[in-house]
Design a protein around this ligand. Structure first.
Ligand SMILES: CC(C)(COP(=O)(O)OP(=O)(O)OC[C@H]1O[C@@H](n2cnc3c(N)ncnc32)[C@H](O)[C@@H]1OP(=O)(O)O)[C@@H](O)C(=O)NCCC(=O)NCCS
Length: 126
């Protein structure tokens, strides 16, 4: 299962030198991971852990970022999602993998208790 999110980097997303705040990018990645996990679970999910994030290349004001979130594995109630972030100059068309991260989300019921998720199959996998 996969989810794609596009964002544009505005001045309010950047530091005084025009570089995207890492925390803003993590928020976008968390959102994309949540969409992919919800599509798999067909249920509400919460983020249990953000395990590893590599900020490889800076992103600057005016660039677009595409976040591609893919379910990599599932447990009984948890879903592991990898998020790859590509930055893109919309005018030039250049595209670079700039950040990667791994997220663990858990499917929960109305009371916030973990609930089982479907297994990953060829049909639900990416
Ligand atoms: C995530 C949460 C629902 C887990 O509840 P819990 O009662 O600890 O649940 P359990 O111990 O039964 O674990 C449930 C599953 O979550 C996984 N899990 C729990 N904490 C985890 C962590 N820190 N990292 C990775 N996986 C975790 C368990 O491995 C288990 O997976 P499985 O069922 O696939 O084997 C609960 O801790 C919670 O609500 N946390 C706050 C979530 C939140 O608000 N997120 C937004 C950020 S503030």
């Amino acid at each position: 299962m996969e989810a794609r999110v596009l964002e544009s980097v505005f001045p309010t997303d950047t530091n005084p030198r025009g570089r995207l705040f890492g925390g803003q990018l993590v928020a976008w990645m968390d959102k994309a991971a949540g969409y992919a996990a919800m599509r798999h679970a067909r249920n509400v999910v919460v983020t249990a852990a953000i395990d590893h994030i590599d900020f490889r290349v800076p992103v600057v004001q005016g660039e677009m970022v595409e976040l591609i979130a893919r379910v990599e594995s599932v447990g009984r109630t948890s879903i592991r999602v990898r998020v790859d972030v590509h930055k893109e100059d919309a005018i030039e068309g250049t595209r670079t993998l700039c950040t990667t991260g791994l997220f663990t989300l858990v499917s929960v019921d109305d009371a916030g208790r973990p609930t089982p998720v479907p297994p990953l199959t060829a049909a639900t996998g990416s």
